[in-house]
Design a protein around this ligand. Structure first.
Ligand code: GRF
Length: 241
């Protein structure tokens, strides 16, 4: 089966398969994922993307998985499903800026429309964040603005709160301080320890993050003048309780 193509360089016929590949290369939006560890959030969103056929239905694909740790478990999953992977080991660079320069170079190889931090454990400086303004998402295991930073589950138990959760937000140069996109609430139950609480939160992460990534890559959720904007339907999907 062939298709007639008319372009400014002339006209002719090409096979339907080649036409579809060229079309996919030019119009598909690229999601680049940054990880540091096991990558369960990446796996969850990849599986949702396959089940919902993001490539065919919304024109979005995962174009690469990049880790700052050579031993990150999530790299094996990415390789198994045939995605390009790269390691930019932060230990090999003298300064954060040198590391981020290389990280930008490697990310840009995959033409990112969106950069998804999924358990990426390096603080990013304005140098990186400004390069991709409004195009970086992060997931944080707490209901921001409560408990930015590390050890969120321990701190939630220590504070005695009854409702904990997870937040997806745009990344700004303030650590865990960018505009909020979505949140899922999780009960704190009697007898919880940081591990039981973390695994209850993680289940919600795996539901919330794919939804948020999908809505952002579709342009239904955006960052405008430092604030997240979305319509009523998107807002209902992004508040889980
Ligand atoms: C998740 O709890 C996420 O919220 C936090 O780091 C953890 C990463 O887990 N930012 P995984 O690597 O996606 O399994």
């Amino acid at each position: 089966m062939t298709i007639k193509v008319v372009s400014r360089w002339g006209s002719g016929t090409i096979s339907k398969l080649i036409y579809k590949s060229i079309f996919a290369m030019t119009s598909t939006k690229n999601i680049v994922v940054l990880i540091s560890g096991r990558g369960s959030n990446f796996k969850a969103m990849y599986e949702v993307a396959c089940a919902e056929q993001w490539v065919q239905k919304i024109g979005a694909r995962f174009s690469a998985v990049i880790s700052n740790r050579p031993d990150a478990g999530g790299l094996s999953f990415a390789q198994e499903v045939g995605l390009p992977t790269r390691v930019v080991d932060h230990k090999a660079y003298e300064s954060r800026e040198d590391f981020e320069k290389e990280l930008i170079r490697v990310c840009d190889e995959f033409h990112p429309d969106l950069i998804v931090l999924a358990g990426f454990m390096r603080v990013l400086t304005p140098y990186f964040v400004n390069h991709y303004e409004g195009k970086i998402l992060n997931i944080h295991p707490a209901l921001l603005p409560m408990f930015p930073g590390l050890h969120t589950h321990e701190r939630a138990l220590e504070a005695g709160i009854r409702i904990h959760g997870v937040t997806v937000h745009f990344v700004s140069s303030v650590l865990d301080g960018g505009s909020i996109i979505g949140q899922a609430a999780v009960p704190v139950l009697a007898g919880d320890d940081p591990d039981t609480l973390a695994s209850r939160v993680l289940k919600q992460e795996h539901i919330l993050y794919p939804r948020a990534v999908k809505l952002v890559i579709q342009g239904k959720v955006k960052l405008q003048d430092g604030k997240t904007v979305m319509d009523f339907d998107a807002s209902k999907e992004l508040a889980i309780f």
